[in-house]
Ligand binder design. Structure first.
Ligand SMILES: [Zn+2]
Length: 374
């Protein structure tokens, strides 16, 4: 029996970062509407919970008082033409109306998810608004103001749990890695497009943690144009074995779908089918599971992939054909991608060699450390 909860409120999707900004919170409402059109919330195994705003005390679990105050005191007119110490009101991280309230609601949703999964009432919980993995203690980064995955994990640590974090966003989960780089109580795994080609420029196999945390930070960088089969082989070869060695109490995952082949900001080449198999592999690890959203800038791919992910959590069968009501409003007809994109043999070979190199490096650098600590 699987009990799954979806954390949602329209307030999570009704703010606007800017019409030309690629991060569109409205995408969250597309996911919710799609799931509703399939009738998933009428299933006795699913519930919806509304989030509450996080307190300043919650934010202080990771962020500095100076940064929290800066976010609070900036209003939507304060934008700069040059960078500042908090990296906000500029470039990737502009100010927007109700910024502080919206950002703290996302954190509140992830804290709620952490407390609910701890209660043992649910086998999985999905906060699609969360997963803002780039935010740093004293600055915004990569469209992320507050780092809700770190704050959710710290909430779980305070409850005495040992946490494994799996980040499948196309970008390296740098903020989360940094937060737990020197501890063995949190294992972080990030599989992403290599930092050689993509923001934030980190996440190499050599980043394995320091001090007590040595061996508890795992990175699987992949070459641009890595498609479903090569991605899945790397994921399935490394992740389940590492999780088994670490033996966590709970899994927190960041399920960004900017790995999709149609994503306008990135270069990995997954389909919704391939992405679903990755999500299914996490599910089959069979731990209490707190899932967060993340990147995803083709809004149709986001709605299809995250609807599929929640259906997998809830063991609810989603027919490939999208219900008529939704189809006519949002102009998408199937959950899966069709036809699947083809790549040239040369590109495939480069991607495969690169994935194999990453796997080999993890095999030699990380596995011996984890086995030793066991
Ligand atoms: Zn991303």
């Amino acid at each position: 029996m699987s009990n799954s909860t979806f954390i949602y409120d329209n307030a999570l999707s009704s703010y606007n970062i800017g019409n030309n900004h690629p991060m569109k919170p409205i995408r969250l409402s597309y996911v919710f509407e799609l799931l509703k059109s399939y009738g998933i919330f009428s299933s006795p195994n699913t519930t919806i919970i509304k989030p509450q705003i996080a307190s300043e005390k919650d934010l202080l679990l990771f962020h500095t008082p100076e940064y929290i105050n800066a976010v609070k005191n900036l209003n939507s007119n304060t934008n700069y033409t040059t960078p500042n110490e908090f990296n906000i009101g500029y470039g990737d991280n502009p100010t927007y109306p109700n910024m502080y309230e919206s950002a703290t609601l996302v954190v509140g949703a992830s804290i709620l998810a952490a407390n609910q999964i701890y209660s043992g009432k649910y086998s999985s919980i999905f906060n699609i608004a969360g997963g803002l993995h780039h935010a740093m203690p004293n600055n915004a980064s990569g469209f992320c103001i507050f780092n809700d995955p770190v704050i959710a994990i710290k909430t779980l640590l305070d409850l005495g749990l040992k946490v494994a974090y799996i980040d499948i966003d196309c970008h390296h989960g740098d903020g989360v890695q940094q937060a737990f780089y020197d501890t063995d109580r949190v294992l972080t795994i990030s599989i992403h497009e290599s930092g050689k080609y993509l923001f934030p420029g980190t996440g190499f196999t050599s980043e394995i943690g320091t001090g007590n945390g040595k061996g508890y930070s795992v990175n699987i960088p992949l070459h641009p144009y890595t498609g479903d089969d090569i991605y899945l082989e790397a994921f399935k070869t490394i992740v389940p074995r590492i999780i088994e060695l670490f033996n966590p109490d709970i899994i927190v995952s960041q399920l960004g779908i900017d790995t999709h082949y149609s994503d306008p900001l990135t270069h990995l080449y997954l389909t919704v089918q391939g992405y679903s198999k990755v999500v299914e592999t996490i599910k089959n690890l069979d731990y209490p599971w707190l899932a967060l959203g993340g990147g995803g800038y083709n809004l149709q791919a986001v709605s299809r992939a995250w609807a599929k992910a929640f259906s997998l959590m809830a063991n609810y069968d989603l027919p490939n054909e999208i219900p008529c009501m939704y189809k006519s409003t949002y102009n998408i007809s199937t959950i899966n991608d069709s036809p699947q994109p083809q790549l040239s043999p040369t590109i495939r070979k480069t991607a495969q060699d690169s994935a194999q190199r990453s796997m080999l490096e993890i095999e030699t650098m990380v596995f011996p450390l984890l086995k030793k600590h066991r």
